[in-house]
Structures are given as C-alpha cells and as structure tokens.
Write a protein that binds this ligand. Structure first.
Ligand SMILES: *[C@@H]1O[C@H](CO)[C@@H](O)[C@H](O)[C@H]1NC(C)=O
Ligand SMILES: *[C@@H]1O[C@H](CO)[C@@H](O)[C@H](O)[C@H]1NC(C)=O
Length: 242
C-alpha cells in the first residue's frame, strides 16, 4: 500500500475517534474532511499537531499531481543564510560579537512530508550531516542528498534541513528547521540525461523567516533495477518523545 493511502486511512480513523462518529463516515464529501480536521485541531486543545498534518495530506491530494513509479530525487543544499547569527529564539548564537558554529543536516522525506520534525516524521539519527563549520553565520554547504522512490507515489517531497549551533554556552543550540518542498506539479524528468537543476530556491526557517536555506533540486525516473528502496525507519517509540 502506498503511504498516501495509508495516511488517509489513519486520518479517517482519527476523525472518527475524535468526533466520536461511528456512522455516515463514507457519506461525507472530501471537502468536509478538511473542516473536521481543522476544527478538531483547534477545538480540542489536547489534540496534537498530527491532525493538522493529516488535513494537509488531504489538501495535497486535491492540489498536487501524484507522481508514481521509480524515480530519484537529488537536492543540493547550497547554503545557510543567517547573516545576523541568530538562533531560533532570536538570541545570538554566540553573544553580541561572536558567530555561529553551524551544523547542517538533511533528509529527503518522501513519506511524511507534512509531519512535524523529529520522530513524528524522520528520527534525527537518520539525517545526513552535510557540514560542520566554525565561526560562520552563513556557510556555503554545497552538498547533495538523494533518495529513491521505488514504485510508490508522492505528491510532495519534503527536503528536511536542520541547522544547529554546536558550540554554545547555552543549552539551547537550535538555529532552525527548514522544510524545502518539491511538488508533484513539476514532473520528474524522463531520465537522468534529461534532468535539469532547478534555480536556487529559498526555504524559510519555521521559527524565523529571515533565516533561510537555499537549495536546488532535480528529479528523474530511473530503471526499477537501479532503485534503492529505503524508509523513514521510525522505531516503535519515535514520535512519542520528540
Ligand atoms: C559545489 O561543488 C561542486 C563540486 O562538488 C563544484 O563544482 C561547484 O563549483 C561548487 N559550487 C559552489 C557554489 O561552491
Ligand atoms: C524543530 O521541530 C521540532 C519538532 O517539532 C521542535 O522540537 C524544535 O523545537 C523545532 N525547532 C528547532 C529550531 O529545532
């Protein structure tokens, strides 16, 4: 079963559980689901952000084409832009005059693009570290992360990037999380030879919009025989504590 189908089933399960409805579920048009999700997310303060993620999954189904088959995604993380040297809370990484010591890591999330960072989507231990730099607020990264999709379908891919400050006096060492999206509206190329890199695109920090990751990507269909299957590889307890 492809991930979108299974997410949809979970979404329906959640709504039924939340709203306490046990019947007439099938009768609701797809549009109505979105409203239920949002209402559930806002109304029940106890409800985790996961409900909103699932609403977004459903919205994506109407908005973005499905891309199905065997294809490879390559994302070049070009650089971090954080000229003022700030952490996610707006405080400087290293006092008024120092600079950040950023570590940049990334993961191509083809399975749970709308879920929260951390165990809810991809445990941080699976991110590839692309760069660790000292005394640099806006380092050039220029490293490429890649992932194959082998016979599944996607509508949206989240190139997840994290920037952390690894040498700080405070405990809090986060610079920001970045979701760099690729949308199924833009079809993969027929094969590698036809694949062109996108222009450099900016993804805003989730906490601070002025902090940005610049990236470019290309994606293309590949021979099924060369496809390297992989998963987000979440463990049993991932998502509960992070
Ligand atoms: C990025 O790296 C490639 C080779 O790995 C190099 O050819 C290119 O000039 C680099 N680009 C920048 C902007 O540093
Ligand atoms: C990134 O996302 C995770 C999960 O939502 C959150 O715990 C963390 O505070 C976020 N921000 C940064 C800067 O890491």
């Amino acid at each position: 079963m492809d991930p979108i189908d299974s997410d949809l089933k979970w979404s329906i399960f959640f709504v039924v559980a939340l709203a306490g409805m046990s019947c007439q579920v099938e009768a609701l048009p797809v549009d109505a689901w979105g409203i239920f999700f949002v209402a559930g997310g806002l109304g029940g303060g106890f409800v985790s952000a996961g409900v909103v993620d699932r609403a977004q999954d459903l919205a994506d189904m109407q908005q973005y084409n499905e891309v199905k088959g065997f294809f490879r995604v390559e994302a070049n993380i070009v650089r971090l832009q954080n000229d003022d040297g700030l952490e996610h809370n707006g405080l400087p990484c290293d006092g008024p005059v120092g600079k950040c010591d950023p570590r940049i890591s990334a993961f191509v999330d083809t399975e749970r693009p709308n879920h929260d960072f951390g165990g809810d989507s991809v445990p941080y231990r699976h991110y590839a570290t692309l760069l660790t730099a000292e005394d640099t607020n806006s380092p050039v990264v220029n490293r490429t992360v890649t992932r194959d999709v082998c016979g599944h379908s996607v509508r949206k891919i989240n190139i997840r990037v994290r920037a952390e400050d690894v040498d700080t006096l405070r405990n809090d060492d986060k610079i920001d999380n970045f979701s760099c999206f690729i949308y199924g509206l833009d079809r993969p190329a027929l094969d590698e030879a036809h694949a062109e890199w996108s222009p450099e695109l900016a993804c805003d920090g989730l906490d601070r919009k002025n902090t940005k990751i610049w990236f470019k990507y290309r994606w293309f269909f590949i021979d099924a025989k060369t496809c390297r299957p992989s998963s987000n590889d979440r463990g049993l307890l991932d998502g509960l504590f992070s």
